[in-house]
Design a protein. Structure first.
Length: 198
């Protein structure tokens, strides 16, 4: 049973990924490159998604306020923090968990519509990223900013570890990326540089 509050609910789903309507309840959650999960198989498993896009849907009131000379501070605060804003995340499936075991491959079934989406806890992130087989799923994703996505994910995975273990994890992750991108040194170099960014 998740200990953190849900960040939203699934609106569209497939084996390869799921989208969700969310509410922002914390300044850094959700974020690009974060891992999250949603129930599948009538709760028998959780599909793990990697957030690759966050967007705010078209909103008539926001457009009207943006066109105003100087919207009142109360109206702006209500729009930004109180009023439900149509925000959507899009995720790439990178694995699933069933029976307490993490698998880094496509799941047997997608999440169910309106399933609650939870962020992975730090310990879950650490456990999931002990192996890096999911890198191949990310690198194979078409039309996504996969290099930046991988770097963001791996940096967050490093932060889920004790400070003394973070550098070693990033070195291992860099080596795994080097094996997968050996034929594209320019791309590999950029990815390694992105891994070193805060």
């Amino acid at each position: 049973m998740p200990t953190s509050a849900p960040i939203g609910r699934v609106t569209r789903c497939s084996i390869q990924g799921f989208d969700g309507g969310i509410r922002l309840t914390h300044p850094d959650r959700p974020s690009f490159g974060a891992l999250c999960k949603a129930a599948a198989q009538q709760g028998a498993s959780d599909v793990i998604g990697l957030i690759y896009d966050i967007n705010i849907q078209d909103d008539e009131l926001a457009r009207q306020l943006a066109a105003a000379d100087a919207p009142a501070a109360e109206l702006r605060a209500d729009q930004q923090f109180v009023r439900p804003i149509p925000i959507e995340i899009r995720t790439l499936t990178v694995g699933f968990v069933a029976g307490g075991r993490f698998e880094q491959r496509l799941p047997p079934q997608p999440p169910i519509t309106l399933a609650e989406i939870y962020p992975l806890e730090s310990e879950e992130v650490r456990q999931f990223t002990e192996r890096l087989d999911f890198l191949t799923l990310v690198l194979a994703a078409p039309q996504l900013p996969v290099d930046h996505l991988l770097a963001a994910c791996l940096r967050q995975a490093a932060l889920a570890r004790p400070e003394s273990a973070r550098r070693a994890f990033l070195i291992d992750a860099g080596r795994a990326c080097a094996r997968l991108l050996a034929g594209d040194l320019a791309r590999l170099n950029q990815l390694v540089q992105d891994l070193g960014q805060p």
